[in-house]
Ligand binder design. Structure first.
Ligand code: PLP
Length: 365
């Protein structure tokens, strides 16, 4: 049996470091907004190549607070893509704004910069490109449209810790970026967590206040805020795991290369890495016209797969009020019917990749 994902092998490789980090937090008697969060924020900002990181409760909250910090609120519009993980739009909705969707590019399945112009109105107050599956968006044309219109860009980096666009890591291209440390992400906590990354000290300070009841200094609340903090335990765990992130990303890339080699002669669309991209393969997503039958075939051979994502945002019941329907985002809609995520994690054994490739070849006869 080959599971879609598996976390215990990785835990075993870092178990002594993790236990030491957790013990240190327990012994300190300090659990919220202390030394671990502060140290992680500095280390993570340095990793991304940005000046500031602010630890928050989740990736959804990172989007929400970053949007609030750039002034987004009720009545505003925020542009993102139709094919993303639902929390991208949850974060936008949380800020009070209305999500406005654009279609994706047929090659990378990330935001199509050519569609952006038509989606922008006088009410557009932010653009949220999503570095989907760990492959960066084509940021230059997105940033060009945004700066021409004076609209801040908030990158959704939940699937892109360490991914690079033209040699620079994702997360420092726009006004701010939102990261998630959900356990299965490339950098995952053992619980929920997230971070807002930015080069703007005022924006970082606003997020620091928003995450902690709007407090500027103890008992002085200058804005209305929330409770959305990364906790000391998760920060200590993330500090251990951050040291391994590059090696784990490299291991994912090697596995992607192995899949690509072994599936070269099969009639599947394999993930294409753009010339300007360094992808970090949060997911390894193939496309197939007979996706459901292929998934069923692999299931019978005890190979776990998932679909990211089966339903585009505009066809979700929760977002029916956006007033969009089938046919509005044809590239995203087709992708939703064709995408299939194969097992992908740094410890995935070579033998499993060979067995998966073999089972896929069998499907195509
Ligand atoms: C996981 C994810 C999020 C949300 O992260 P949470 O930490 O679960 O709130 C947002 N956007 C994308 C693209 C994601 O994959």
């Amino acid at each position: 049996m080959i599971p879609f994902g598996e976390m215990t092998t990785q835990f075993q490789t870092i178990e002594p470091e993790i236990r030491r980090a957790i013990d240190e937090v327990l012994a300190s008697g300090w659990f919220i907004l202390g030394k671990q969060v502060q140290a992680f924020e500095e280390e993570f900002a340095a990793y991304v190549g940005a000046k500031h990181a602010v630890g928050v409760g989740s990736g959804t909250e990172a989007l929400h607070l970053a949007l609030r910090a750039v002034g987004v609120g009720a009545g505003d519009e925020v542009v993102t893509v139709a094919n993303t993980c639902v929390p991208t739009v949850s974060g936008i909705a949380f800020s009070g704004a209305t999500p406005v969707l654009v279609d994706c590019h047929p090659s990378t399945l990330t935001m199509d910069p050519n569609r952006l112009h038509d989606a922008i109105t006088t009410r557009t107050k932010a653009i949220v490109p999503v570095h989907l599956y760990g492959h960066p968006c084509d940021m230059a044309p997105i940033l060009a449209v945004a700066s021409r219109r004076g609209i801040p860009v908030i990158e959704d980096c939940a699937q892109a810790h360490g991914a690079e666009y033209r040699g620079a890591r994702c997360g420092a291209f726009g006004a701010a970026a939102a990261f998630s440390f959900y356990p299965s992400k490339n950098l995952g906590a053992y619980g929920d967590g997230g971070a807002v990354v930015t080069n703007d000290p005022a924006l970082a300070q606003t997020v620091r206040m928003l995450r902690n009841y709007g407090e500027e200094r103890r008992y002085h609340h200058t804005i209305q805020g929330f409770n959305s903090r990364l906790d000391e335990m998760q920060a200590a765990i993330l500090r251990v795991k951050l040291k391994h992130l590059d090696a784990w990303n490299e291991a994912r890339c090697n596995r992607a290369a192995a899949y690509t080699r072994q599936l070269a002669d099969v009639p599947l669309v394999l993930p294409a890495e753009a010339s300007w991209a360094k992808a970090i393969y949060h997911l390894f997503v193939v496309r197939c016209d007979r996706r459901d039958a292929l998934q069923e075939h692999l299931k019978r051979r005890e190979i776990g797969t998932l679909i990211h994502y089966p339903i585009p945002i505009h066809l979700q019941k929760a977002y029916a009020h956006l007033g969009r329907s089938t046919g509005d985002y044809p590239v995203a809609e087709t992708a939703c019917q064709q995408v299939l995520s194969l097992p992908m994690y740094p410890e995935l054994p070579d033998a499993s990749i060979t067995a998966i490739a073999q089972a896929i070849r069998e499907f195509f006869g």
